[in-house]
Ligand binder design. Sequence first.
Ligand code: HEC
Length: 264
Amino acid sequence: MMLKNLLKTSLLFILIVALGSNFSACKHDPIIPDNTIDTTGTDTTDTDTTNTDTTNTDTTNTDTTTVQQPHCDPDSVYFEQTILPIFAANCATSGCHDAISHEEGVVLDNYAHIYDEIDPYDLDNNVFKAIIDDSDNNRMPPPPYQRLTYDQTLAIAQWILQGAPNNSCVEPVVVCETTNMSYANDILPVLQSYCIGCHTGANAGGGVVLNTHAGVKASADDGALLGSIQHNPDYSPMPKTLPQLDSCTIAQIASWIQAGALNN
Ligand code: HEC
């Protein structure tokens, strides 16, 4: 109990510090680690759609010179873009908290069901306590699944403290840069946000492993990766149970595959 309280106190402290910094969470790769709290080591700042590249001479982009006001509040966490993908990939999976399995009566597959399990403005609820529980016996997701990342945990905490709203926000894409896509900077952050929770190791959905470059390349080479995210009827639509990726992200992944799906 003492330990839990300590954990909670320290988490709250971290939260206060992190919320004070410019924690931004509304992008098409929605778990945007601030540089100070980036645990993945991947730089996602270049996917910021407000960051218009003035050196870009690509003629396909000249019709989109108007820089629109961003609609998303950089200090807010959005349920649809950030929170639902975390629960869908890590909790609402088959055998766990999907509508069919509902382990211990808990279903975490949509807003109403998730809201049922938490209390707004209050981190003292079973779901959040299980996420930060430091014992392998009690933590969620349980072993062999990976713990939620620091950024994912922080996003859930921030969203609860915002009152757990059913909010959504998509930044208008002013410029969609699709040339010279990098696996580390452009592709991996998308996979981490939307896919890897269901596509890791022995539990990988459909046997498709997406947490290694070799696995991603194999799926890219056989056409399933692009087919599934484009919702080509020959493939299972991905990300499973989530809205389709935005068209810019799909175009970026297509371009990276076209260029050889390199580990660049
Ligand atoms: C909630 C879990 C979940 C998420 C999130 C998810 N997948 Fe899947 N995926 C599965 C399962 C399960 C299968 C096996 C086929 C099925 O059940 O539809 C699968 C199958 C696939 C396949 C094989 C499709 C085929 O028809 O051969 C590909 C490729 C794939 N996923 C890619 C992705 C990508 C890329 C993402 C992220 C954009 C993603 N998945 C997100 C669970 C998931």
